[in-house]
Design a protein around this ligand. Structure first.
Ligand code: HEM
Length: 424
């Protein structure tokens, strides 16, 4: 796929440059002549949308940082002052805060697209793993960013989440102290989080470059899951994919603008408009919506795991919750090896398709349960859906691939697109 370059510099300067630093050739081969399957649907535009959102977050974040003061005495007011008095401060701030939500909406669609079309299967395992690393970095970045405005949810969210590190045997307390820069969430914590919140997006950029590189080595999949076989299966990236990606970005930006201009606080929590107060614990401490499924898993483990018929506790409920939460992300790294089906796309996997939609429902249900107090029926429901989540990856994926009878695959992408006409 990375194949032979068709780039021919036209000007004298172009030729001179091409012999020294062939960056124009790289761009041409990657984004102009690069062959993409002719049958990509709109779900394949989210990678481009994510790249755009990464740029939006970095640009708005840099402007916000110019007006932000990472000190617990003034952090809250420094943000508010920029919003109220700064030139377009409100716009930068709301773009950044809502942009984070839009980024996560896009990444969840991108991940589920990958799960549906089996994008993680050989030879795209590294591409998938790089994606999982990006996802982890995104979560760390968003968590630390949310602490910076130093509102009530910032402070208490940071207190609760960093508190979970103490569940790790032997080294947990030291990890927490290192993270916080002390024994409680305070000024050193805010400084660390600001520093890391500024650094991590650039690390994400680095991993995205590797991600796209890996993509260009293996080539994209497509809704049939059948690999490219002949030249009629592909079309050049420009103008076809560029125009399609651009159109999808505009539609996505309209949705973004709708939140931004009409509902700028809809996705946030009102308590974060109250300055942090270490003496007043909010009634319900909830993270941002995009963390809720993982928060539900964390709180679903309400029981200790003991050696049977003894009182010896192997894993207490707190450590169990932390392990389940990290496990729910770790399991994603293993998906290329857990799925044993020889068929890539769910379009040709009639039973997997049902389980895929069950996983989507599980994610939404866990998200809802993460927003509810951890009591009574909510905990039971969270335990049920946590079980379903892990069962999907650890039981269904390995098992189904061996039993499921796939429907017949098209001979090629061209055949799938043109049907009878291709045969004629
Ligand atoms: C900042 C975040 C990310 C960016 C900018 C990004 C960018 C891209 C781009 C540009 C593509 C090609 C277009 C497309 O297929 O949509 C792509 C494909 C892909 N991405 Fe991502 N990605 C990100 C996060 C992730 C995550 C979190 C995962 C998985 C955990 C992932 C897994 C994949 C896979 C498997 C493909 C290949 C799809 C296929 O050919 O079927 N990506 N990504």
């Amino acid at each position: 796929m990375s194949g032979h370059s068709t780039y021919a510099p036209k000007t004298g300067f172009g030729k001179w440059m091409d012999a020294r630093l062939p960056i124009a050739r790289l761009m041409h081969d990657s984004f102009v002549s690069y062959p993409v399957p002719r049958n990509l649907n709109s779900f394949y535009t989210f990678g481009g949308i994510l790249s755009l959102m990464l740029i939006v977050q970095i640009v708005t974040g840099i402007v916000l940082a110019m007006h932000y003061a990472a000190n617990t005495e003034v952090a809250f007011n420094s943000v508010e002052q920029f919003v109220r008095d700064g030139n377009f401060g409100w716009l930068f701030r709301y773009m950044h805060a809502n942009g984070a939500s839009m980024f996560f909406i896009a990444v969840y669609i991108h991940i589920f697209r990958g799960l549906y079309y089996g994008s993680y299967k050989a030879p795209r395992e590294i591409l998938w793993i790089l994606g999982c690393i990006i996802f982890l970095l995104m979560m760390a970045t968003a968590f630390m960013g949310y602490v910076l405005p130093w509102g009530q949810m910032s402070f208490w969210g940071a207190t609760v989440i960093t508190g979970f590190f103490t569940a790790i045997p032997m080294i947990g307390d030291s990890i927490q102290t290192l993270l916080l820069g002390g024994f409680v969430v305070d000024n050193p914590t805010l400084n660390r989080f600001f520093s890391l919140h500024y650094l991590l997006p650039f690390m994400i950029v680095g991993v995205v470059i590797l991600h796209v590189w890996a993509l260009h080595v293996t080539g994209q999949t497509n809704p049939t899951g059948v690999e490219v076989k002949k030249t009629s299966d592909v079309i050049p990236f420009t103008p076809y994919a560029t125009v399609k990606d651009a159109f999808a970005m505009v539609v996505f930006l309209i949705v973004f603008a709708w939140f931004l201009f009409y509902l700028p606080n809809f996705l946030g929590h009102p308590d974060n408009y109250i300055p942090a107060d270490s003496l007043k614990t909010p009634a319900h401490i909830v993270p941002e919506w995009y963390f809720l499924p993982f928060y539900a898993i964390l709180r679903a483990i309400t029981f200790n795991i003991s050696i049977p018929f003894t009182d010896i506790v192997l894993i207490d409920s707190k450590l169990g919750g932390v392990l389940a939460m990290f496990g729910s992300i770790a399991v994603l790294f293993l998906v290329p090896w857990l799925d044993t089906s020889p068929v890539r796309s769910a379009n040709y996997r009639p039973i997997y398709r049902w389980f895929f939609w069950l996983l989507v429902i599980t994610g939404i249900a866990l998200g809802y349960l993460g927003s509810r107090p951890a009591e009574g029926g909510y905990v039971l429901a969270a335990q049920f859906f946590t079980f379903l989540y892990f069962a999907h990856f650890l039981v269904i994926l390995p098992w189904l691939g061996k039993f499921e009878k796939p429907t017949p695959l098209p001979a090629s992408i061209t055949d799938a697109v043109l049907g009878e006409k291709a045969k004629a």
